[in-house]
Structure formats: structure tokens, C-alpha cells
Design a binder for this molecule. Structure first.
Ligand SMILES: [Zn+2]
Length: 335
């Protein structure tokens, strides 16, 4: 895979124009090459189609998580490996940072929302003051009303199909849909949609946003630039080391690794969610993979190619040694 394609995919099929202008917004981005002029990604063309993006709404609140937008997606046609059919999204108005959680049933929404609010307030030392949603049954119910009342949160309801309701939260769901279609284009297994949604949102939080003067959502929320050297294209094939404890007795001649697909990130850097190909009836597992950072991989490949080229030239006699200190020079064409 060419390195420009690798980064386009690892960054969640980021638009080429945005990718070109994003270099200064990552912590470790010096190695992203310029995209070729005729760059084309079939998965993006098919997954994103050609819709006219709605104008971006400007941020209104100053404090992060003060106002949260939320929306529940329509059910997916197939359950995920965790048997979920929906996902609920949350977007911070001030920073556009977003979160998703997949659900088995719509009725799980109040509990998930309550847990989200408590977590965000504790972890980020902030206070959720307003919560904006449409008036679907998953948001308008006694259970959630009690949660909001006890926390002093104002629940702002927007009528369906109004300009407000098709704002931030629904635009996010549409963006997620487009990104996930592009990411899953080369993958046969539709049940991996929940992993694709999570991975897309993780990547999206590291993308620059026009409403934030092209800063990344991550930087707006965490006040520090994101690192991207660990990013991987969704569905990339990899090898999983089979732990000794799982090999069992008499496994001396059995394989030490199995093939898998990269399907997401964890909170631990360089620990990925891998989907084992031969055990696809199971849920995704958290496994350690021995992952060579991409930069190192490219460098090693370059050095190897270079060394092979010299060896070939020496063998063919087109390269000669000029002095006793073994300085080598090309005899003809430049290397
Ligand atoms: Zn693409």
C-alpha cells in the first residue's frame, strides 16, 4: 500500500484537502507525504457519495461539555458482534469532540446517558449544564427526566425536522455513516459495524475542524495536540501472537500466531482491538500485537531495497570500489 493511501485510510478517509492542511496540527506528523495530484480512493467515492455538506454551526459555549448534543442512530440491518443494533452519539458544543456508545435496545439510552454525564463530569472536571436532543422516546421519558432534574441539567428539545434538530448531532451521524461505509468497503463482515463506528469517531476526534480554525477536536478538548503514529487503516491484516497459556499441551508444532484484522484502538497506546479471522463467531478480543511503528517499517523497507540494489549492482559488476577505505561509488547511473 502506498504511504499516502496508508495515511488517508488511517486518518479515517480524511478528505485530501483537509489532509494537506493538517500537518501542523498533530504531535508527530512530519512523515505524512503530500498526496499525489491524481489521488483517488474508491472506498471514499463509494462510501461518501456526493452530498453537499450542511454549513457548519459555530460554537456558542465557552466551557467544554457545558452543552452536549445527542442523537440516536436508526437500527443497523445486522447486529454487531456485541449484539448491538444502535449507537448513541454525544457532541461537545464548545470543542466538537464526540463520543459514541452502541446499544442493544433503545431503552438502554437513559442509563447510558446518565453514565456518560457522570463520567465526563468526573474525568474532565467540568459540568454539563444543557443537553440538546430531538424529542424521541429514548430522550423524553421519566427515567431521564429524573436524571436531568437531580443534576440540574436543562434538557433542550428541538422539534423533528427543524433546522436545529438537523444540526450538530445529526450531521455527526451522517458523517459517521459516510466514514463507516468507506472504511468497511473492503471488508466482507457487516457485523463489524460497531467496531468501525468506534474507530471512525476515535479518528475523527484527531481531525482538524473548520469551526476551530482547523485545530483538531482533540486539541480543542484536551489542550494538547494528538499523536498519530499509532494509527492504522481499519481492517488491515495483522498477526496475533497466541499466548502460551492458550496453546495447550502438545502444541510444540502448532502455529504461534494467527491472522486477524485491525478493528480498533484501546486506551493503551499500541494495544489494538484485533478480530481473529478463524474465530469470527466470537467477540473481538483485546490482544497485544507486536506492531512495528509504520515509520520504522518504511525506513527498514527503504534500507533493504537500497542494500539489495547495491548487492545486485556489485554482482553485475556495475559498481566498483574506488579505494582501500571501501568508499563505494556508482559506476553509471546515480543511485
Ligand atoms: Zn478514502
Amino acid at each position: 500500500m502506498p504511504i499516502s493511501d496508508f495515511w488517508h485510510e488511517a486518518l479515517g478517509h480524511l478528505a485530501p484537502s483537509t489532509m494537506e492542511g493538517s500537518r501542523n496540527h498533530f504531535d508527530d506528523t512530519g512523515f505524512i507525504p503530500p498526496l499525489p495530484q491524481n489521488f483517488h480512493c474508491e472506498a471514499s467515492a463509494i462510501g461518501k457519495s456526493a452530498h453537499k455538506a450542511s454549513p457548519s454551526t459555530k460554537s456558542r459555549t465557552a466551557q467544554k461539555a457545558e452543552l452536549i448534543y445527542s442523537d440516536l442512530c436508526r437500527p443497523f440491518p445486522v447486529p454487531s458482534y456485541g449484539n448491538t443494533l444502535y449507537y448513541i452519539s454525544f457532541t461537545c458544543d464548545a470543542t466538537r469532540f464526540c463520543w459514541v456508545q452502541s446499544l442493544r435496545k433503545k431503552s438502554e439510552a437513559p442509563q447510558v446517558i446518565s453514565h456518560f454525564v457522570t463520567t465526563i463530569e468526573n474525568q474532565e472536571n467540568t459540568v454539563v449544564r444543557r443537553f440538546r436532543t430531538d424529542n424521541g422516546g429514548e430522550y423524553v421519558n421519566e427515567r431521564l427526566r429524573k436524571v436531568f432534574t437531580s443534576k440540574g441539567i436543562i434538557h433542550e428539545l428541538t422539534p423533528p425536522y427543524s433546522a436545529e434538530s438537523i444540526g450538530v448531532a445529526e450531521r455527526l451521524n451522517r458523517t459517521i455513516g459516510e466514514g463507516v461505509r468507506a472504511m468497511m468497503h473492503p471488508i466482507d463482515d457487516r457485523r463489524l459495524w460497531a467496531e468501525a463506528v468506534g474507530t471512525f469517531v476515535y479518528t475523527k476526534n484527531g481531525q482538524p475542524h473548520s469551526a476551530l480554525s482547523r485545530k483538531t477536536l482533540y486539541e480543542a478538548f484536551h489542550k494538547t495536540r494528538p499523536a498519530i503514529s499509532h494509527l492504522q487503516p481499519f481492517g488491515r491484516e495483522c498477526y496475533l501472537h497466541i499466548l502460551k497459556a492458550k496453546r495447550g499441551a502438545g502444541s510444540k508444532l502448532l502455529p504461534r500466531a494467527q491472522k486477524g484484522l485491525f478493528v480498533g484502538y484501546t486506551d493503551v497506546c499500541h494495544q489494538y482491538r484485533i478480530f481473529p479471522l478463524k474465530r469470527n463467531e466470537l467477540q473481538c478480543e483485546l490482544m497485544f500485537t507486536f506492531h512495528l511503528p509504520h515509520l520504522l517499517y518504511c525506513l527498514a523497507k527503504e534500507v533493504l531495497t537500497w542494500a539489495l540494489r547495491i548487492l545486485t549492482q556489485v554482482k553485475e559488476g556495475s559498481l566498483f570500489v574506488t579505494d582501500k577505505n571501501c568508499t563505494i561509488e556508482s559506476a553509471g547511473n546515480s543511485m
